[in-house]
Design a protein around this ligand. Structure first.
Ligand SMILES: *Cc1c(COP(=O)(O)O)cnc(C)c1O
Length: 397
């Protein structure tokens, strides 16, 4: 092991080296993919001691694997948390954390604008376990405060929110959570730890759909939870062991590779998104553009306070509603019509009929997802080409 103190390294250095550096056994510079389901014991006694938890070591990949461990170590470093745990998807991470903290008859308080899958978990699955959800407009902190009762076990927020790009005051939420002695959970998928570090602002647990910017290349589904070691140990021992939504060693490795370039990619995503947001804001066929980096964004001040830069997502409303939006999405050539986000490729989609079709018409209106709202995940192409594609498609409307 090198003598360099990684704990004090800068963020970009940690992204490259945080997983532990060169493999001491082989000299491999890239963490090996330990594509093994099971691990041999040195003796019957050794196996029994591992099972009893008396010593540390690998037993079976659902319980732990060296490639997963490298990713967990790195993500804990990057988020400034004590420990991390990988899951097979972002939804497995979100549902796993909620099931670890909430029991029959208890409830959680959440921001009302969340990923469509999270909203569906709230509406369809959690009620089957008799776990209640109170979704509130969390841009007003008092709405969170007012929703908490004696059975509330956690606060969950997503900021910037998918797809409205509204921001929630993380520090303010953390104060409320502390006062009520319940954990604050932040879905940090849109920002990544490069742009926003919720644990430094008092958050207890950070969750990622690592499918998005952490992987960054549109080739992996995965989730990650970062938090206190005690909680992560419990999550591993109960939720991961019993529900089994484990990440594969190959997918863990793909995320480790993604992390090496995270700051470089995010800088470019942010720069491109700002240019595209400015272009759309000036276009006569666009009603409005929401991007946290524009001074016209209602939470721009908060964005400057809690984010380093403003991310790669741009939301806008086109004049002519749903029909005009469909025409735009069918007309782009470079930009791909697809859900998901955070890839090298620019992706465009219609939340009301796609990612957020789990919201009823009334719910869509309440959280501000209009029929004409389009979500653009700005990729790593040259911004000149992305703008040319949008210009060409807008001309057809
Ligand atoms: C995609 C997404 C999820 C769900 O993650 P999966 O990896 O698709 O299961 C959760 N939260 C946000 C903000 C997302 O964008």
């Amino acid at each position: 092991m090198s003598k360099f103190n990684l704990a004090k390294a800068k963020f970009a250095t940690l992204c490259v080296h945080g997983s532990g550096g060169v493999d001491p056994q082989t000299g491999a510079v890239s963490v090996p993919i330990y594509q093994s389901s099971t691990f041999a014991f040195q003796s019957a006694k050794h196996g029994a001691a591992l099972f009893a938890g008396e010593i540390e070591g690998y037993v079976y990949t659902r319980l732990g694997n060296p490639t997963q461990a490298a990713l967990e170590r790195e993500m804990a470093f990057l988020e400034g948390g004590e420990a991390a745990l990988c899951f097979s998807s972002g939804m497995a991470a979100i549902s796993g954390v909620i099931l670890a903290l909430c029991r029959n008859g208890e409830n959680l308080v959440s921001s009302d604008t969340v990923y469509g899958g999270t909203h569906n978990l709230y509406k369809e699955s959690l009620p089957l376990w008799n776990i209640g959800v109170k979704e509130v407009n969390a841009t007003e902190l008092k709405n969170i405060e007012n929703a908490i009762d004696s059975k509330t076990r956690l606060i969950f927020i997503e900021t910037p929110a998918n797809p409205t790009l509204s921001l929630i005051d993380i520090t303010g939420c953390a104060e409320i959570a502390k006062a009520h002695k319940i954990p604050l959970i932040v879905d940090n998928t849109f920002a990544t730890p490069y742009l926003q570090r919720p644990i430094e602002m008092g958050t207890d647990i950070v969750i990622h759909s690592a499918t998005k910017y952490i992987g960054g290349h549109g080739d992996t589904i995965a989730g990650i939870v970062v938090g206190k070691k005690e909680f992560i140990d419990e999550l591993r021992a109960k939720i991961l062991r019993d529900l089994g939504a484990v990440i594969s060693p190959l997918n863990a490795w793909l995320l480790l590779r993604g992390l090496k370039t995270l700051p470089v990619r995010m800088d470019r995503h942010c720069a491109n998104a700002l240019e595209i947001a400015k272009f759309l804001a000036m276009h006569p066929k666009i009603n409005w553009v929401k991007y946290p980096g524009l001074s016209t964004h209602p939470h721009h001040e908060l964005a400057m306070k809690q984010m380093k830069k403003y991310g790669g997502m741009v939301t806008f409303e086109i004049k002519g509603g749903r029909n005009a939006g469909e025409k735009l999405m069918n007309s782009v050539g470079l930009i791909t019509l697809a859900v998901s986000l955070g890839d090298c490729d620019s992706l465009i989609e219609h939340p009301a009929s796609m990612t957020h079709s789990t919201y009823s018409a009334e719910e869509l209106e309440e959280v501000g997802i209009s029929e004409g709202l389009i979500r653009l995940s700005v990729g790593l192409e040259d911004p000149v080409d992305i703008i040319a594609d949008l210009k060409m498609a807008l001309k057809k409307i």
